[in-house]
Design a protein around this ligand. Structure first.
Ligand code: GDP
Length: 197
C-alpha cells in the first residue's frame, strides 16, 4: 500500500464521541515507550503525525488518523507506565477494554512488543485478554535495529512459545525498525488484505 494521505482527525477521551464507524479501523497499542509513535510516523511516512516521547501516564487519548481517505489508524494510549497511579492504570484498563470490545469497525489490533526484551508478563496478559475476547490481533516487534536479527528472532520465538501455552495458533508477527524503515510494508500489505475482504 502506498500511503498517499494521512491526516489527524480527532483525539478523544470518551468512546461515545469517536468518529462514526463507517470506515475500517486498525488500532496500535503497546507499553509506553515501545516505539508506537515512531512506528505510526514511519508507516505513514509523516514525521510529526503521532507525537513521539509524550509524557506517559497523562491524559489517556484515543487518536484517530485517516489514511488514504479510506481507513482509520488509531493510536491508543500506552500501558504499563510504572510511575502512574493504580487509579490511572484502572482507568486505562476500563477505557481501552470498552473501546476494544465495542468498536464495531475495528478490524485488527496491532500489539507492539519491544524486540529487545524477553517476553514481558504485561504484554502476554494483554494478548491473552484479546484472545479470550476473540479480538483479532497481530504482533509488531519494534526497535529491531537495536540488536542483531538473531537476538530479535530469539525474543520473538520466546514470545511465540509463551503464547502457545494459551493459543492454538499464534497471530502474525512482524519485525520492524522505524529508525531504519524496515518491516513496514508487510504491515501495510496486511491492512490492504483485510480492507480488500
Ligand atoms: P511510544 O511511547 O511508544 O510512542 O514510543 P516512541 O515512538 O516515542 O519511542 C520511544 C523511544 O524509542 C524514542 O526515543 C524513539 O526514538 C525510540 N525508538 C522508537 N522506535 C525505534 C526504532 O525502531 N529504533 C530505534 N533505535 N529507536 C526507536
Amino acid at each position: 500500500m502506498l500511503v498517499k494521505s494521512a491526516e489527524f482527525v480527532c483525539s478523544n477521551t470518551q468512546v461515545d464521541k469517536l468518529p462514526a464507524p463507517n470506515l475500517p479501523e486498525y488500532a496500535f497499542i503497546g507499553r509506553s515507550n515501545v516505539g508506537k509513535s515512531s512506528l505510526i510516523n514511519a508507516l505513514t511516512n509523516r514525521k510529526g503525525l503521532a507525537k513521539t516521547s509524550q509524557r506517559p501516564g497523562k491524559t489517556q487519548l484515543i487518536n484517530h488518523f485517516i489514511i488514504n481517505d479510506n481507513w482509520y489508524l488509531v493510536d491508543l494510549p500506552g500501558y504499563g507506565y510504572a510511575q502512574t497511579s493504580k487509579k490511572n492504570r484502572e482507568d486505562w484498563g476500563k477505557f481501552i477494554r470498552y473501546y476494544l470490545t465495542r468498536r464495531e469497525n475495528l478490524q485488527c489490533i496491532f500489539v507492539l512488543i519491544d524486540s529487545r526484551l524477553e517476553p514481558q508478563k504485561i504484554d502476554l496478559d494483554f494478548c491473552c485478554w484479546l484472545g479470550e475476547k476473540g479480538l483479532p490481533f497481530m504482533l509488531i516487534f519494534t526497535k529491531g535495529d537495536k540488536q542483531s536479527n538473531v537476538k530479535s528472532d530469539q525474543n520473538m520465538a520466546k514470545f511465540k512459545r509463551a503464547l502457545l501455552k494459551w493459543f492454538e495458533e499464534v497471530p502474525r508477527r512482524f519485525l520492524t525498525s522505524s529508525e531504519e524503515k524496515v518491516g513496514l510494508e508487510p504491515i501495510l500489505a496486511a491492512i490492504d488484505e483485510i480492507n480488500a475482504g
